[in-house]
Design a protein around this ligand. Structure first.
Ligand SMILES: CC(C)(COP(=O)(O)OP(=O)(O)OC[C@H]1O[C@@H](n2cnc3c(N)ncnc32)[C@H](O)[C@@H]1OP(=O)(O)O)[C@@H](O)C(=O)NCCC(=O)NCCSC(=O)C[C@H](O)C(=O)O
Ligand SMILES: [Mg+2]
Length: 279
């Protein structure tokens, strides 16, 4: 991962006020949504509003446009309208690699992201992640729950197979992957628990629906001070061990081998990238 994706905020593209507000929000990335958050009667107007909004300065925030599905009357027009002008185009309800081909042809120069939110998509996650134009994957846990007929549970047990398959696929092909949304946007404790679960599983960050969710996601998906300190000490201790001709060091009672040093370097790089965004 070359840049942080701790917090990825959805904004309905029909909401001019929210799009303006986002220029100053602490989001690592923004998904300007033309799909589910926009009513059919507003779709075409939202496309025009978004084209105008994207001319503004969003600083270092990654600008991702979620288009409508290619099986809808708006999908092709959306893809043509945002073939340039955004940092990525997010394709909804991707079920197989071929679903990305048509968008890829219409959007030749902008990276593609895939919404992972259908049962078929879970089973074809590896094929989707392998698509040469794909940069990132976004879990669509609301649509997935709908397809699976599963119930909301705080531990997300019914989601685990899908989340795990998509994570494996993303990591196998070096793609960014961010977790699904937490709908109860006033429940801070619930959001924190779900962010921590997603972080511990390996997600790069979380998609969000309200600015009030940004601070928690940014905190949870960033390396803590203690993690940064440990990473530095692990690298130092391993360097010393190597200088003495040893292949293993011990820090805080735990072994440190080459692979732990690689993880420590990733932690430091992530912390530096976050600091660079803030500065
Ligand atoms: C959920 C909301 C409808 C709540 O909106 P609202 O009642 O206006 O909230 P507030 O009054 O608390 O808003 C306070 C201020 O914050 C701004 N605001 C609100 N939301 C956003 C946002 N997402 N981005 C930027 N700014 C935002 C308001 O304009 C207020 O500003 P001010 O006027 O200065 O006070 C609303 O938050 C919302 O619409 N959220 C996004 C919903 C959305 O995009 N849904 C689709 C994506 S989720 C999904 O589809 C996932 C996936 O596909 C799946 O299947 O799981
Ligand atoms: Mg969805």
């Amino acid at each position: 991962m070359t840049r942080p994706y701790r917090s990825v905020l959805y904004i309905p593209a029909a909401n001019v006020r929210a799009m303006e507000k986002a220029q100053a929000l602490a989001a690592d990335a923004i998904i300007f949504d033309l799909e589910d958050a926009v009513a059919p009667a507003e779709k075409v107007a939202a496309r025009d509003l978004l084209a105008k909004a994207l001319q503004a300065d969003y600083g270092g925030r990654v600008r991702i446009v979620r288009i409508n599905g290619m099986d809808t009357e708006w999908g092709e027009g959306d893809a043509r309208a945002f073939a340039s002008g955004a940092d990525a185009v997010l394709v909804p309800k991707v079920s197989r690699g071929a679903d990305l081909d048509r968008v890829a042809a219409l959007v030749p120069d902008t990276p593609l992201w895939a919404m992972m939110e259908t049962a078929e998509g879970m089973l074809n996650a590896a094929e989707i992640a392998a698509h040469p134009r794909l940069q990132g994957m976004v879990m669509g846990t609301n649509d997935l729950a709908k397809e699976l007929n599963s119930r909301f549970r705080a531990d997300r047990l019914p989601m685990m197979a899908g989340l795990g398959l998509c994570l494996l696929a993303a990591r196998a092909h070096g793609r960014v992957i961010v977790d699904g949304v937490f709908n109860a946007f006033k429940d801070e404790e619930g959001l924190r628990a779900e962010c921590e679960q997603g972080r511990d599983m390996g997600f790069d960050g979380k998609t969000l629906i309200h600015p009030a969710q940004l601070a928690i996601a940014n905190e949870v998906f960033a390396p803590s001070e203690a993690e940064v300190d440990l990473a530095r000490r692990q690298i130092e201790a391993f360097d010393e061990a190597q200088a003495q001709g040893k292949g293993v060091a011990v820090v805080d009672g735990r072994i440190v081998e080459n692979l732990h040093v690689e993880i420590a370097r990733v932690t430091l790089a992530k912390a530096a990238a976050i600091a660079a965004l803030a500065g």
